[in-house]
Design a protein around this ligand. Structure first.
Ligand SMILES: [Ca+2]
Ligand SMILES: [Ca+2]
Ligand SMILES: [Ca+2]
Length: 168
C-alpha cells in the first residue's frame, strides 16, 4: 500500500494535473490547446513567424466551441486593453477563394465570416487574402490585405489537425 501511494505521488509529479492541458506561463488552455494573445501589432506573416518561434501556429479555429472561446477572450482584451483586431491563421493566398489553415494546407470546414465576407474571393482590385477578427464586425471574420495592416497575433499550441479517426 505504501508503495502504491508512493507511485501515485510520483506520477502526480511527473504529470501534474493529468487530464488537463498544461500550458506555458501566459498561455491560456482550452480543449487540449494552449493560446497566446500577443500584444504587439504586426503583419499576418510576421504573426505566423512569431507563433512558429514558440513552436506554435497562428490559431486554427476549427469548431464553433473554439470560435466562441476565442471570441470571449478577444472581448476581454478589447474591454481591458482596447485592442481591436487580430489575425487568425486562415489564408487564400495560394488559390484565390480557397481558404486554408496556414501551415497545414487544410481547407476550412468551420468558418465565421461577417456578412459579405470574404469580400475579395473573386479577385477584385484589392488583395484581401488573410483572415482577421475585428471588433467592428462584431468579432466575426473578415479577409483583409495581409501586409497592409498590423493586427495582434493569436498563437495556438497543440490541437490536433489530423485528429485521430473515430473508430466505431
Ligand atoms: Ca484549433
Ligand atoms: Ca482573397
Ligand atoms: Ca474583406
Amino acid at each position: 500500500m505504501k508503495y502504491l501511494v508512493g507511485i501515485i505521488i510520483l506520477l502526480e509529479r511527473i504529470a501534474p494535473s493529468s487530464g488537463l492541458t498544461c500550458c506555458p506561463d501566459a498561455w491560456t488552455a482550452f480543449m487540449g490547446s494552449c493560446y497566446l494573445f500577443g500584444h504587439t501589432p504586426m503583419t499576418f506573416h510576421e504573426a505566423a513567424v512569431l507563433c512558429k518561434t514558440y513552436e506554435a501556429k497562428l490559431v486554427h479555429i476549427e469548431t464553433s466551441n473554439e470560435n466562441t472561446f476565442i471570441e470571449d477572450q478577444l472581448k476581454h482584451l478589447y474591454r481591458d486593453s482596447n485592442e481591436t483586431a487580430w489575425w487568425i491563421g486562415l489564408t487564400d493566398e495560394n488559390v484565390e477563394g480557397l481558404w486554408k489553415w496556414h501551415d497545414t494546407d487544410t481547407l476550412a470546414t468551420f468558418t465565421d465570416w461577417y456578412p459579405g465576407e470574404p469580400s475579395t474571393n473573386g479577385g477584385g482590385s484589392n488583395n484581401e487574402d488573410c483572415a482577421s477578427i475585428y471588433v467592428r464586425e462584431s468579432f466575426h471574420w473578415n479577409d483583409v490585405d495581409c501586409q497592409l495592416y498590423k493586427y495582434y497575433p493569436i498563437c495556438e499550441l497543440g490541437g490536433t489537425e489530423s485528429s485521430p479517426e473515430v473508430v466505431g
